[in-house]
Design a protein around this ligand. Sequence first.
Ligand code: TRP
Length: 322
Amino acid sequence: MKKILTGAKPTGEGLHLGNYLGMFKWLIDNSRWKDAYLMIADYHSLTSVHDAETLKSHKKRMLCEFFALMPDDLQITIFEQSKITQINNITWILSSVTPYSLMLRAHTFKDNNAKNSDINMATFNYPILMASDIITYDIDLVPVGKDQKQHMEFARDIAWNFNKTYNTDLFKLPEPFISEEVGLITGLDGRKMSKSYGNHIWVFDSPKILKKKVMSIITWSEWLEEPKDPEKCNVFSLIKFFATPEKQEEIAKKYRAGNYGYGHAKLELLEILNEYFGEARKKYEYYTQNFSEIEKKLEIWNKKVDAMATKKYKKMMEIIWL
Ligand code: TRP
């Protein structure tokens, strides 16, 4: 059975529609008949979050979101990176056979280094820990955003380097899966949806904020009577991701027929989003009130993944003769 894993850093913001479509939905749609893992990369967030209370609340929010979006009948193992006792030992051993020159090429390190006067070492070592997150569990496929493409190449290089140095096949080389859809989802201003443009819609925006955002989507200024081309409309491009094919066709017809304004389309999109995420919103509210239910599940899953990592670590130690 194929193994898939992805991870997300609890940096504070929630999932926006672009993240949801790019990573989460793919994971859900592709998890059946696969062994699937979703990791909270909390050690990774230490590169930028240094306030304990803040990190705690970020993690809580992210976990509630994940559990809320997960269909009840789907078995995806959700776990915390920091509960994997050997993960940093594995990272240390891997870092011992990872060339410095390779790590110097990391875009995230270069960008961070250019922006800040003194970055921390964890920012530099970030890709090695990420490689451990993946290769420790013999993962086949890793769904990630385009920004993680280089990290995935590093994970493969790091696994390959270890195997070559010790003449072993201990680590499987993982494949990235980079969804093309993420690049296509447009934000409120028609540009790609991204936190850095501030044009995003959070999956768990309250109905009031969601309405405000949807109504503010930038559209053309044609007359109401005029027939319109749905394919050229930012509102319709969002409708396409969340409405059933029948509903899409019905709305497209209205655009083309005329006497249908962008305001109408926005209200329709609002209804579609409310319906699409309605169940998840209720679950989100529930989990924020009943967080201990999440903690109970996590404890079991953390243990399961921890045992897998320990097994790999022991094999690694045998190979390096320690
Ligand atoms: N670096 C990833 C990000 O910023 C998060 C991450 C950490 C991750 N470990 C991972 C993603 C392992 C996939 C697999 O989005």
